[in-house]
Design a protein around this ligand. Structure first.
Ligand code: IMP
Length: 194
């Protein structure tokens, strides 16, 4: 592959996400270079993250040459909110935020929640679109805790660390168990096997 063919664009305006993925990328000896690009792809409202991610990827097709990917995530409070905010996570975070979410929960002893991440990747050398998924399960914290991470991290307690929120973990600890970390490992495997 020529030099340009080794570049992969990560389309995101979220530098937390970029830093998480950049750290993982750095630990792998890959023949690719990761470049951040903020293109503001079109967000649609759909029932599941796959549709949102694939629509987003498609919306930037005309703008870019080479290989590129987007990552779309959602926070799902399965108990007691039946999966809310899910695909509306971004809007809900902007409007009512973590304080508002905690107000919606009446019984913290019984919460179940998960994050889901979808990486949608256009791989130019093979002219194909691939998706990689990752999920992390846990519950909702009774209060906002921790200074790390972003978004809903201060109110999510992963099953792997029952006494800590995502925001109380280091980036490395979060990456090992997170939705994005898991999707990312699948993505890296594809790049390594290619
Ligand atoms: P998007 O993938 O950037 O559209 O994410 C949707 C919403 O979920 C945003 O409001 C983010 O703050 C939140 N979100 C995505 N990933 C994470 C995460 O790893 N931790 C906490 N919140 C997240």
């Amino acid at each position: 592959m020529n030099k340009r063919g080794n570049d992969i664009y990560f389309i995101t305006g979220n530098s937390y996400k970029y830093n998480e993925i950049q750290k993982l990328f750095g630990t792998e000896r890959l023949n690719f270079r990761l470049i951040q690009k903020d293109l503001n792809p079109i967000e649609i409202q759909a029932d599941n993250l796959y549709e949102v991610a694939l629509f987003k990827l498609n919306s930037i097709k005309e703008t870019l040459e080479g290989s590129y990917f987007i990552e779309d995530a959602g926070f799902f409070i399965d108990k007691p909110l039946n999966g809310f905010p899910g695909v509306w996570s971004k809007y809900v975070f902007k409007t009512i935020g973590n304080i508002g979410i905690l107000k919606l929960i009446d019984n913290f002893e019984e919460t179940e929640a998960h994050f889901e991440s979808i990486i949608a990747f256009y791989f130019q050398p093979q002219d194909k679109v691939l998706t990689f998924q990752g999920i992390v399960k846990g519950k909702v914290s009774k209060e906002i805790r921790g200074k790390g991470g972003f978004g809903f991290d201060p109110i999510f307690i992963p099953n792997e660390y029952p006494n800590k929120t995502f925001a109380e973990l280091s980036t490395e600890e979060k990456n090992k168990i997170s939705h994005r970390g898991k999707a990312w490992i699948k993505f890296i495997k594809f790049l390594k096997d290619t």
